[in-house]
Design a protein around this ligand. Structure first.
Ligand SMILES: *Cc1c(COP(=O)(O)O)cnc(C)c1O
Length: 296
């Protein structure tokens, strides 16, 4: 692990920067590393042998938990949404990767998955797998937010705006809590969901933030060719890869807002690159099937 001290300046009036927080670790990348750090310490403290968590088939979180388990000596179990995937995991780069890290899968139907936080569901899992340390879907809990409070450093104080993508809201909550008073945090949800404001308010201790809900491109993991072209242009221009689920949508949104004059002229803006690059292979598989341009 190493601290990121370098920004990449992307030259729009010299005021927009990107912080490549995905370089925290080559495998356990970006905000998923931040969110797992204190959970892993807690699991060790409790002498847990197994980490169990939940996710969709292309989840960055599933990949990260599998890698953490492999590195720090936990068994890992992934409860995966969608029974139909069971026989087809060789077509899914994320699940193949997590399996190579030792993760065992428990596939459940979409209906059953919705019940995953109920006592009965958890009890059944314990009957089947024994005791485990439970990490919620997307990894968001108090300890995850504590980890995300370490994304911003003293050096980042000079920025007026900090932007980040939003899934469950854990990452932005940590950023909000550790930001300076003069800083405004702007989140770009990667999915449709007004519930997010409420969820973030639960964890965030300040109100110096807002969500821009215009850049989800139709919902979670939904994309179009404009977004994919944007991601490819961005990489060509700034030598920085973006993922199609989170960081691509955020960066698209930030650049569009700059064009529309959303930010004051001399404002310094910092985009947090939260990682997610493992998802590119899976998305390219989907793009190929749809005969669309792939992510370079
Ligand atoms: C999971 C993820 C997010 C969303 O984080 P939340 O804490 O769930 O809001 C953002 N970016 C990337 C790359 C992710 O993998």
């Amino acid at each position: 692990m190493f601290a990121i001290s370098n920004y990449i300046n992307i030259h729009i009036d010299n005021q927009l920067y990107i912080k490549p927080d995905y370089l925290t670790d080559p495998v356990i990348s970006g905000n998923k590393y931040r969110k797992l750090k204190y959970n892993v310490l807690q699991a060790k403290k409790q002498n847990a042998k197994t980490l169990l968590t939940f996710g969709g088939a292309f989840s960055n979180h599933i990949a990260a938990v599998a890698a953490v388990g492999n590195r720090f000596g936990f068994r890992t179990i992934g409860v995966i949404r969608g029974e139909e995937i069971r026989g087809n995991i060789q077509e899914n780069s994320t699940l193949m990767y997590a399996q190579s890290q030792g993760m065992k899968y428990h596939f459940v139907s979409r209906e059953a998955y919705r019940e995953k936080e109920t006592e009965t569901f958890i009890k059944n899992l314990k009957n089947e797998f024994g005791e485990f340390y439970l990490i919620p879907e997307g990894g968001t809990n108090e300890l995850a937010i504590k980890g995300c409070q370490e994304i911003l450093t003293e050096q980042d104080s000079e920025f007026d705006f900090i932007t980040c993508p939003v899934g469950t809201g854990g990452t932005i909550s940590g950023i909000i809590n550790s930001a300076k008073n003069h800083q405004k945090i702007i989140g770009f949800p990667a999915l449709k969901g007004e519930f997010l404001r409420k969820d973030i308010s639960k964890f965030a201790k300040r109100d110096n933030w807002d969500l821009i809900t215009d850049y989800h491109f139709g919902g979670y993991a939904k994309i179009n060719s404009e977004l994919i072209s944007f991601i490819n242009d961005f990489k060509r221009q700034y030598n920085m890869p973006l993922d199609p689920i989170y960081t691509g949508k955020m960066a698209y949104g930030v650049l569009d807002l700059i064009k529309k004059g959303y930010f004051p002229k001399d404002a310094k803006i910092l985009m947090i690159h939260t990682g997610g690059l493992q998802g590119i292979i899976g998305m390219n598989h989907v793009l190929e099937k749809k005969n669309m341009i792939k992510i370079q």
